[in-house]
Design a protein around this ligand. Structure first.
Ligand SMILES: Cc1ncc(COP(=O)(O)O)c(C=O)c1O
Length: 453
């Protein structure tokens, strides 16, 4: 990280800043190991998707910012903080192809971004600008915090919620598009208006990359007022071009796949969007000065995770192909190990490779007999505590007719492992999961006991 104050991110300079530096050589395997030496050894961390990861060089940069604040807080507040955050916002603006840095705010996480978007919808219901029962549409597997925010801000103020079923396992974009169209029809029934559609760019559980551009386009054609893309997993795992996607709001964490420490996310608000009534949920003396400025000061706290975006970018640019190179290799690797696991277990992938990024769903053998959400959680804990494997398990509820959609040789598939690949992972990490499942299958008493608890 730089020792002097970062530049103030004027637009005349920022293209230079995001340009990849000319490197004499790329990061080596042993340097990657060193960068993640703080990871507990012996643990197969194949769940980058949940909490992300942060290399040592970025943590060191963060520490410098923290010390800088503690050394001379008054000077830091008046002369450094705002400039540093502007610099980070400018880098993000270039990474996501936004038109203007004023369209980019840095907030704590995707949960905060969702609250910002849904609170402005709630205010419109409360102020009587929207009619009671006008709708907000989301996927049935939207992130739980988003669903709860919907309860807190939308249904309490008179809005209704339409849930679109995400087909899973899924075979094509068209299957998602067809369900989405059905949901919009429902939303518009009896003259109601769809005030907001929330579209996950990459759903959390089960994870699938959705055809976000097409879905936004359909929303426009069907007269949906606003579109919010919850892209919590996007930056660093799929290409993000907010102009191409065309939503009013688009949010992604930087701590999941962009190597920032916990926690920082960006919220893009399109300038031409109909709403200017967006505010940070924490009101400070910056209230009313625009979301980017409101978000840059929400009271005294540690802002270092927002300030290390340049250092995270520096880290990324040490890899061949920079961020694109990392994304492509993570995708190739996760498809390779996903197929290896499915083949070993005699099961399937939950979605075709082209609908995955750095995470993939692999179905678990039906013989494991995961029969509920609680079973899935117990299996996750068991794999962590007894085998040193960190991996989320998804329970796929049977369809209404009592049948799950897919079978292996022993019965219906009811559970999937969501595996992630990040630069620090090795093939052995996935073998550890494979072998742990073999052991559970070899000893039915363990799974019987585990799921009967
Ligand atoms: C789709 C989606 N939205 C929102 C979130 C929330 O992210 P955070 O916990 O960083 O706020 C997640 C986290 O995994 C997610 O997958």
């Amino acid at each position: 990280m730089e020792n002097k104050d970062p530049p103030n991110g004027e637009s005349a300079h920022h293209h230079q800043l995001t340009k990849k530096p000319r490197l004499t050589r790329f990061i080596t395997e042993s340097e990657i190991r060193e960068e993640f030496a703080h990871h507990q050894s012996g643990i197969a961390r194949i769940n980058n998707g949940s909490f992300g990861s942060c290399p040592g060089s970025v943590l060191a940069a963060q520490r410098k910012w923290q010390l800088k604040f503690l050394q001379q807080p008054d000077d830091f507040y008046f002369n450094t903080l705002r400039k540093g955050i502007l610099h980070s916002r400018t880098l993000v603006k270039d990474l996501i192809n936004a038109d203007d840095v004023d369209e980019v705010s840095l907030v704590d996480n995707a949960t905060t971004a969702a609250a910002i978007v849904l609170q402005q919808i709630g205010r419109s219901f409360a102020d009587g600008k929207f009619h009671e029962n006008d709708a907000v549409l989301m996927l049935h597997c939207a992130y739980e915090a988003v669903k709860k925010s919907m309860q807190a801000y939308v249904t309490r103020t008179g809005g209704s919620v339409i849930e679109v079923q995400l087909p899973f396992p899924v075979n094509s974009d068209e299957e998602i598009i067809a369900e989405f169209r059905k949901g919009l029809e429902k939303g518009k029934a009896s003259g109601r208006k769809v005030r907001l559609a929330i579209i996950d760019h990459i759903t959390s559980m089960p994870c699938v990359v959705t055809p976000v551009r097409e879905l936004v386009k359909i929303c426009r054609e069907e007269g949906v007022d606003q579109v919010f893309v919850d892209a919590a997993h996007a930056l660093g795992s799929v290409k993000v071009d907010v102009k191409e996607i065309g939503a009013d709001f688009y949010a992604s964490n930087l701590h999941k796949w962009f190597f920032c420490p916990p926690s920082v996310a960006f919220l893009y608000c399109k300038k031409t969007s109909s709403s200017s009534d967006v505010h940070h949920p924490v009101v400070s003396h910056e209230y009313g000065n625009g979301l980017p400025i409101e978000s840059a000061w929400i009271g005294t706290r540690d802002y270092s995770s927002q300030l290390v975006v340049p250092s995270a970018l520096e880290f990324v640019n040490r890899f061949e192909g920079g961020l694109d190179g990392i994304m492509n290799r993570n995708h190739e690797k996760i498809v390779e190990v996903g197929k290896m696991l499915a083949e070993s277990w005699g099961t399937n992938l939950g979605a075709p490779p082209e609908m995955c990024a750095g995470m993939i769903m692999v179905s678990l053998p039906s013989r494991l007999r995961v029969m509920s959400q609680d079973d899935a959680l117990r299996l996750r804990s068991h794999l962590r505590s007894n085998y040193g494997v960190e991996v989320p398990i998804h329970y796929q509820a049977p369809r209404k007719n009592g049948e799950a959609a897919v079978k292996d040789k022993d019965g219906f598939i009811m559970a999937y492992a969501r595996i992630s690949h990040q630069v620090y992972n090795t093939f052995e990490d996935y073998c550890k999961l494979r072998d742990a499942i073999y052991q559970l299958l070899d000893d039915p008493q363990i799974s019987k006991k585990l799921f009967a608890e």
